[in-house]
Ligand binder design. Structure first.
Ligand SMILES: [Zn+2]
Length: 175
């Protein structure tokens, strides 16, 4: 699709129009819009299921990115296929690096389009040391072929012994 020479505002305007009239919203617009809307939700809406990992942890969105989806488009463009919105540094805010707030607070660009695996790894702050290796939950899940959910479930139930946390499902870790 040729987007050259056309502002996203204009295009989104068209897309919104189509949407209003019950026609199919352009897929790419819909993807960047939902990435943006989901970001706003998890950082600002306490009832959002992911609030505790974002807004609840003090993760904010700079004024530039919060104010409009076009500003997100201006800094990183449309999401490539299969990629979703990610913070480059997991402990910093969603920031564009160029709005007034970013300037005042010395926030650099901290958003990118990334694949899910990378994001899962980033999100995974809980590290587990076992057999001399320290990895996050998702990484252990990948290495051992156990579901991350299984590992997390054991931790949530209060298990602290890595050999129990990382045991194969329904069996004891033997050797
Ligand atoms: Zn900004």
């Amino acid at each position: 699709m040729n987007t050259k020479g056309k502002g996203l505002n204009h295009e989104l305007g068209e897309a919104n129009c189509n949407f209003k009239h019950g026609m199919t919203i352009n897929r790419r617009h819909s993807r960047i819009y939902s990435s943006w809307a989901n970001m706003v939700q998890r950082c600002t809406n306490r009832t959002n299921q992911d609030w505790k990992y974002y807004g609840g942890r003090g993760i904010a969105i700079c004024v530039g990115l919060r104010s409009s989806v076009s500003n997100l488009f201006n800094v990183i463009g449309h999401p490539p296929r299969g990629k979703t919105l990610n913070r480059i540094d997991n402990n910093r805010h969603y920031s564009c690096g160029r709005c007034v707030e970013c300037m005042n607070r010395y926030w650099s660009l901290n958003v990118e389009w990334a694949d899910h695996k990378k994001q899962a790894r980033n999100r995974n702050t809980k590290k587990i040391t076992f057999n001399g290796r320290t990895l996050g939950m998702s990484e252990w899940a990948e290495v051992l072929g156990i579901k991350r959910r299984t590992i997390k479930g054991r931790i949530d139930r209060g298990k602290t012994d890595p050999s129990e946390i990382l045991a194969p499902p329904d069996t004891r870790w033997t050797n």
